[in-house]
Design a protein. Structure first.
Lengths: 343, 234
């Protein structure tokens, strides 16, 4: 298909969004146009009689708001020990920190740190570990390989995303469509179950693991007339520039639907793909994580039976207000409740 | 190419960089007003309302109690917060907000099931005083009951706590109830708390220049007053 000037411009923008998508949760620096900004951490003086919490984290400025609030919230009652994790880190970092600080709890920031910690645990099958709290990991519920762990998912629940969208537009949001690969089936099912309490019905269409743009277009054509809104998962395999350009956009151009995404870069006036991005408020995430850790301390540093991964509570929103006005009945009185209006 | 770089930068900022620490120091020539109040508005929108009402004043809206506890280090000219929050941080209000002739407002518990203040076991609340102090604050409002408190930094997060079933009830000023209930299809129960309620927003000038703002506060526009739950100052 020949690209028009407009679709070429979209491709460039979508490439940027896809890069953002790839970086939003993992610590890969290779796909970044330049190395992300960093920050520094300082280990506090150990206080007698204080339990310690070891926080394993990349020194990437994007995680700093969560780290700062977590440290601020915990430090009055716990020694919070930051342990930087870099591209070159090995499982030895965990062994060293455990030997030096005997933490009652560990906090793992991002996918890469979590995977490294899982490898460390796997290398010591007989050893017991303190509870681990996983933060800023994409689709954290899919991680079942970290023993004795809990955490807070990175992705904002459909429940919160869709009810927030409802508060901004007059168009009914009752049936929400989602296209997913097989590996996301359980996640979609859990999210659909959670969303029922707000009378949101999920209509899911599964596509092959190696879904092409055409597969996405076909799935979308099945969905478009049956749903009030779309929910787009943070699945990079379905968000390549080609998938967006040839899979998602043609159907959305034909029939605009309020489209919920988890990446702000997908909501721009140039792209007109996502209508509404919902992402965790990274500062508030630190407060929520601190509450979780204080609860663990209250329970003698034992994970309660059946504990799972929490959903992030506090969100930041980006709305394509122009598109919402044109197609979905934007409620003007709510403008001040939107974190960012799409540019 | 330049355009693409800009878009990438913008997208990354949106993805990862949110609130962190205190805001930068404003223009030294201007008065600085620090606001620590919570409404459904985003901090930036509330800040704009104050700035529109107070030309020439740099307005910083804080959302975290920890940041507010360090507000002195920013050398503010004036501060607005709930009266008990000002007092708890060592600031004596010189102007008290009133609503319907009262300097305080009623708080309620909002829950998905019927609860009793004396026995509710977990309560969400916007953290205005700090984690430990909030436990006492909540306990006082509940007549001595000491539930587990889940602190949040935004009013809208209280609804999220109920939607996700994280707490039995949330604690909030009665005036915010209709705004929250209109944003959910959950059937919510309102339990009004007995007692004197909680002090409304109050004003503290912390510099000689800040004293000049006192007069301006008497003339804040009604939309701003409504947003912060006040109809007059004394």
């Amino acid at each position: 298909m020949a690209l028009t000037i407009w679709s070429r411009a979209r491709t460039v923008v979508l490439f940027a969004a896809a890069v953002c998508s790839a970086m939003s949760c993992n610590n890969s620096q290779t796909s970044s146009p330049k190395a992300p900004a960093t920050f520094s951490v300082e280990a506090p003086k150990k206080r007698a009689g204080f339990d310690s919490v070891a926080v394993f984290l990349p020194l990437d400025a994007r995680v700093e708001p969560t780290w700062v609030t977590l440290r601020d919230e915990l430090s009055p009652e716990l020694d919070v020990i930051p342990v930087p994790i870099s591209q070159n880190s090995t499982t030895a970092e965990f062994a060293r920190a455990f030997a030096e600080h005997s933490p009652k709890c560990v906090v793992l920031f991002d996918n890469k740190t979590t995977l490294l910690y899982a490898r460390y645990q796997a290398s010591l099958p007989e050893q017991s570990f303190p509870p681990a709290v996983i933060l800023l990991s994409s689709f954290a519920t899919l991680y079942t390989n970290v023993r004795n762990s809990t955490g807070i998912a990175y992705e904002v629940s459909l429940l919160l995303s869709a009810t927030r969208l409802r508060s901004f537009v007059t168009t009914p949001i009752e049936r929400v469509g989602v296209i997913h690969r097989h590996g996301f089936q359980r996640y979609v099912r859990e999210q659909a179950s959670l969303a029922k309490s707000e009378e949101i019905e999920v209509v899911a269409v599964e596509v092959p693991n190696d879904a092409s743009a055409r597969d996405v277009a076909d799935a979308l054509s099945k969905l478009a007339k049956r749903v009030d809104a779309l929910w787009v998962l943070n699945d990079n395999a379905l968000l390549t520039p080609e998938h967006i350009r040839d899979g998602w956009l043609p159907a959305l151009d034909e029939r605009p639907l309020p489209t919920i995404v988890g990446i702000p870069g997908l909501v721009t006036k140039d792209v007109r793909f996502g209508t509404f991005a919902v992402i965790p408020d990274l500062g508030a995430l630190g407060v929520q994580a601190a509450t979780l850790i204080y609860d663990l301390a209250h329970d003698g540093w034992q994970l309660p039976d059946g504990v799972g991964i929490e959903e992030p509570l506090s969100v930041r929103t980006v709305l394509d207000v122009e598109s919402a006005r044109a197609h979905f009945g934007f409620k003007e009185g709510t403008l001040g409740e939107i974190t960012e209006v799409a540019k | 190419m330049k355009r693409r770089t800009m878009l990438v930068g913008s997208a990354l900022a949106g993805a990862g960089v949110a609130l962190g620490g205190l805001p930068r120091v404003g223009n030294a020539a201007q008065l600085s007003l620090y606001v620590f109040l919570h409404s459904l508005l985003e901090a930036r929108a509330l800040s704009r309302l104050f700035e529109a009402a107070l030309p020439g004043v740099d307005v910083w809206v804080l959302t975290r109690s920890r940041d507010f506890s360090r507000v002195r280090t920013r050398n503010p000219d004036a501060i607005v917060a709930l009266a008990p929050v000002l007092v708890a941080n060592g600031f004596t209000p010189v102007l008290q907000g009133y609503k319907g002739g009262q300097p305080s407002e009623t708080y309620v518990l909002l829950s998905t099931r019927s609860v009793t203040p004396s026995s509710v076991k977990s309560v969400g609340a916007v953290d205005v005083l700090g984690r430990r102090e909030m436990a006492e604050f909540v306990s006082t409002l509940l007549g001595g009951n000491a539930p587990q408190v889940a602190p949040v930094t935004k009013l809208a997060d209280l609804l999220a706590l109920l939607q996700l079933g994280e707490v039995e009830a949330v604690l909030l000023p009665a005036r915010h109830v209709s705004a929250l209930t209109s944003r959910t299809r959950l059937s919510l129960t309102v339990t009004r708390l007995e007692g004197k309620g909680v002090g409304l927003p109050a004003f503290y000038p912390s510099s000689a220049a800040g004293q000049r703002l006192k007069g301006a506060f008497a003339n804040l526009p009604s939309n701003l007053l409504q947003e912060i739950g006040v109809d007059s100052w004394r």
